[in-house]
Design a binder for this molecule. Structure first.
Ligand SMILES: [Zn+2]
Length: 160
């Protein structure tokens, strides 16, 4: 994000210096502001603007056509816009990543709840099994004692 901010502040800074001078500022190899000059001698380039050395005619060799500098500036603007888009996408990616993390946390919580419920469910089933087993045992005892009683009575009656 700080990358975007610095880019934007840089662009607004250069934009304000451009609006004052009407053209982007370039520096010659002396690292001094290269003045914009116009070709005055007769020829195909007459009237064209160019950047030259600040110490003309003892030039450091720096030379750039003004329209070329505009092309460079346009390319720099395109790169800057792309960087802003990349920064935005990176920001969106961060938001999505945070969302995924929070959803994962929620899912983990839900999973814990499901685990708790399944443990509780198993415990209850075991309890119910125990109750049923007890009931079955009681029933079996009653039945067998009944059978024994019946057998005993039949035995006593001498019918066996
Ligand atoms: Zn120079």
């Amino acid at each position: 994000m700080s990358k975007t901010v610095s880019l934007l502040s840089q662009s607004s800074g250069s934009a304000s210096s451009e609006s004052r001078l009407g053209a982007p500022q370039l520096y010659c190899y002396h690292n001094e502001i290269a003045p914009v000059r116009v070709v005055k001698h007769h020829g195909p380039n007459m009237g064209k603007s160019f950047y030259g050395c600040a110490h003309w005619p003892r030039t450091c060799g720096f030379f750039k056509w003004a329209n070329e500098s505009n092309e460079i500036r346009d390319l720099q603007l395109v790169i800057m816009e792309k960087n802003v888009i990349i920064a935005k996408l990176e920001h969106e990616t961060d938001i999505l990543k945070a969302e995924v993390t929070s959803l994962k946390k929620k899912l983990a919580k839900k999973q814990d709840l499901v685990d708790e419920l399944s443990i509780e469910c198993t415990e209850r089933m075991l309890q119910m099994d125990a109750v049923f087993a007890k009931k079955r045992m009681t029933y079996a005892l009653i039945m067998s004692s009944g059978w024994f009683l019946g057998y005993d009575m039949k035995f006593k009656a001498g019918s066996v």
